[in-house]
Design a protein around this ligand. Structure first.
Ligand code: AMP
Length: 356
């Protein structure tokens, strides 16, 4: 039985393990938290993400290692890669953990992206704002997630305070894109170069956090989106699931960021696609054939933030599936999700409204 090592023991690791269990796979998770929510599905190495000894333990027991977040320190990645195959590779991780490098890659590959500039001083910030205009968004280059590490700037008076608040680390300033909607591409590439793409996901964010994702089979932007994702997969010689988030303005897609991993906007694939993003990530990193990514009807996913709803109420809605991550309830924390499926969009929206 192959053993998969996962850096991180949160809900993504948990859903990877849930999808790999029928394949007879074993799992070992590295996570500093004693109550890591994936831990009940495998072995748990409790240790810090910069503790080389713990990485060696993970490498010793795993046949292949992957990760559920992109903030794995570069030194840790090097240490792991010397001992065991790690997918996605170090180049993908280094690019995806840094918003500036991501945008440089998109630009190199002729993928449109928001106007942006590197910011390492208040002077840089003033020059960058003159280029992007206002409003603009100042973001930390690394370690930001769910809208954290970001400040919206409305005018020159916001530059000094934003710099004081965020300026101790490398930053990027982005022009505010006036988009019609946000979409994402969940793509997967196998070790032999085979690629597959899920239907476009349309995403609704509030306060920087994903709230709802719809699968949009047959969407008009599908080919453009997949073409861009294919360029990234091939350039990085990528193995595993890759997510790219885009803004759509008219018929233009602008890449916002990429995640070298399974993604919240692909959770609907568990019930809404023939093979889930989680199973396909495992198949890819193990060198197995990829599974079909075709949709199963129409699907949408709602995040449960802070708490999960009464199971009896949700499960009484036709086509609804409840996922609880086993995490302690806390305001602003993703603790579960609900997927709704239907044969057509009208029924899907009616069921989704009941969930919401
Ligand atoms: P991010 O952490 O980059 O995914 O940003 C979180 C959310 O903030 C995005 O999903 C958008 O809703 C919004 N956002 C981020 N960057 C921009 C931008 N340059 N223009 C407009 N909205 C943005």
């Amino acid at each position: 039985m192959s053993c998969i090592g996962i850096v991180g023991g949160g809900q993504l690791a948990r859903m990877l393990a849930l999808s790999g269990t029928p394949l007879g796979l074993g799992f070992i998770f590295l996570d500093p938290a004693s109550d890591a929510c994936a831990a009940s599905l495998g072995a748990h190495v409790q240790g810090a993400y910069d503790d080389r000894r713990q990485f060696r333990r993970l490498a010793k027991h795993a046949d292949v290692v992957t990760y559920e977040f992109e903030n794995v320190p570069e030194a840790a990645m090097e240490c792991l890669s010397r001992e065991v195959p790690v997918y996605p590779n170090a180049a993908a991780l280094a690019t995806a953990r840094d918003r500036l490098r991501e945008k440089q890659l998109f630009t190199e590959l002729a993928i449109p992206t928001a106007p942006h500039a590197e910011v390492n001083s208040l002077d840089d910030l003033e020059r960058a704002a003159a280029r992007t205009g206002f409003p603009a968004i100042l973001k930390t280059r690394t370690l930001g997630y769910d809208g954290k590490g970001q400040k919206t700037l409305h005018g020159p008076g916001d530059l000094g305070p934003a710099w004081s608040e965020l300026g101790r680390v490398p930053l990027i300033l982005e022009g505010m894109v006036r988009f019609d909607r946000e979409v994402s591409c969940i793509a997967v590439r196998a070790r032999n170069g085979e690629t597959a793409f899920y239907p476009l996901a349309e995403n609704l964010h509030r306060e920087g956090m994903l709230r709802v994702s719809w699968s949009r089979p047959g969407d008009a932007m599908t080919l453009q989106m997949q073409g861009y994702a294919r360029r990234v997969l091939e350039r990085l010689d990528y193995v595993g699931v890759l997510t790219i988030e885009f803004f759509q303005a008219g018929d233009v897609l602008m890449a916002n960021e990429m995640a070298p991993r399974v993604h919240n906007s692909g959770h609907w694939t568990i019930e809404g696609a023939q093979t889930s993003q989680f199973e396909n990530h495992l198949r890819a990193i193990l060198g197995l054939p990829l599974g079909a990514t075709e949709p199963v009807g129409h699907a949408a996913m709602v995040n449960c933030i802070g708490q999960t709803p009464d199971p009896a109420a949700v499960l009484g809605i036709p086509g609804a599936h409840l996922h609880r991550y086993g995490k302690a309830f806390r305001a602003g924390r993703k603790v579960g999700h609900v997927t709704v499926r239907a044969d057509n969009r009208t029924d899907l929206e009616a069921r989704l409204n009941r969930v919401l």
